[in-house]
Design a protein around this ligand. Structure first.
Ligand SMILES: O=C([O-])C(=O)C[C@H](O)[C@@H](O)C(=O)[O-]
Length: 302
């Protein structure tokens, strides 16, 4: 199950009284599928995994699986400490997920070899294919990346660190390892607003990427994807200048806006996804107005 193409990371909608809004989630997943992503990653960073109870998580994954109905594979986030990550991994399997995105272990810093042992520990609890999310305290080195090949259900690495030369070292170590799984192993550009680094990552052989922007402007996200994969440099430049760079400038004003602005964008698009859960904070009215103007400029550049 090698990762490829454009990947969707749906939001988790909440009602005004703070419950998961499964009806809106079903509509959101349906809209995401219409954009043609090659996979859905629910309850990950954009889907506010860290804010969900185990029961809510079961429901989120279950609805996504039900709505997708085989049209795209559904991957579920799993994280926290090792025991908690196992519990979520088991729940994802029971809810019908096709695979897992293993988020960094909660708060603990360790070595790259220690991270491999964490991955192995979670992998022992589930037959589901696992993509390892390199981000924050979860950092691999080339030896650790190659060691992941010996965990038979680990199928790829999603990079959220953004160090292109370090990622090049991981890709090269795996592809030249001589391991029987070296060629099928997947790499995914999973940086916040990954479109900004798509060109750099493609140049080191990492072509697949996650797009949170796909949640609220699927027309812009798919036009960008088409442009980047067909070599339409003029459209790539136009969309970066009109939409992505101003969006990232706004996103960078407030910690947590990588999720909160995406939720605000979905609300602007008419989807009642509600607020973010604490500790995230919702975008201010002024920032939502700026977002609306950025979306309009992006659409003019299509
Ligand atoms: O866990 C997550 O939601 C991500 O990191 C994926 C996002 O889609 C990210 O790539 C982005 O913001 O474009």
């Amino acid at each position: 199950m090698r990762l490829h193409g454009l990947l969707s990371f749906p939001l988790t909608p909440f009602t005004t009284d703070g419950k998961v809004n499964l009806a809106v989630l079903a509509d959101h997943v349906e809209q995401q599928l219409a954009a043609g992503p090659s996979g859905l990653f629910v309850a990950c960073g954009t889907g506010e995994f860290t804010s969900l109870s185990l029961q809510e998580y079961r429901e989120v994954v279950g609805i996504a699986v039900q709505v997708a109905a085989g049209r795209a594979p559904v991957f579920a986030g799993a994280g926290g400490g090792p025991a908690m990550a196992r519990d979520f991994a088991i729940a994802a399997l029971e809810a019908g997920a096709d695979g897992l995105l293993l988020l960094p272990p909660y708060l603990v810093h360790s070595t790259p070899a220690g991270l491999v042992e964490h991955v192995r520990y979670v992998a022992e609890a589930t037959p589901l294919p696992i993509t390892v999310y390199q981000r924050a305290n979860a950092v691999l080195d080339p030896d650790a990346a190659v060691a992941l090949l010996d965990v038979p259900t680990v199928v790829g690495i999603k990079d959220g660190k953004g160090d292109v030369s370090a990622m090049l070292r991981l890709v090269t170590a795996i592809r030249t390892s001589g391991h029987p799984r070296a060629d099928e192993f997947g790499f995914l550009n999973g940086l916040p607003t990954a479109e900004l680094s798509v060109q750099a990552y493609r140049s080191i052989g990492v072509e697949s990427y996650s797009s949170a922007v796909l949640c609220f402007v699927p027309d812009i996200a798919t036009a960008f994807y088409r442009a980047v994969t067909t070599g339409d440099a003029a459209t790539v430049q136009r969309l970066l200048a009109a939409f992505y760079l101003p969006f990232v400038a706004l996103r960078d004003l407030v910690p947590g806006y990588a999720v909160a602005l995406v939720k605000a964008g979905a609300r602007l698009g008419g989807l009642d996804v509600g607020s973010v859960r604490p500790p995230l904070v919702d975008a201010t009215d002024e920032h939502v107005e700026r977002l609306a103007a950025i979306i309009a400029a992006g659409r003019r550049a299509l």
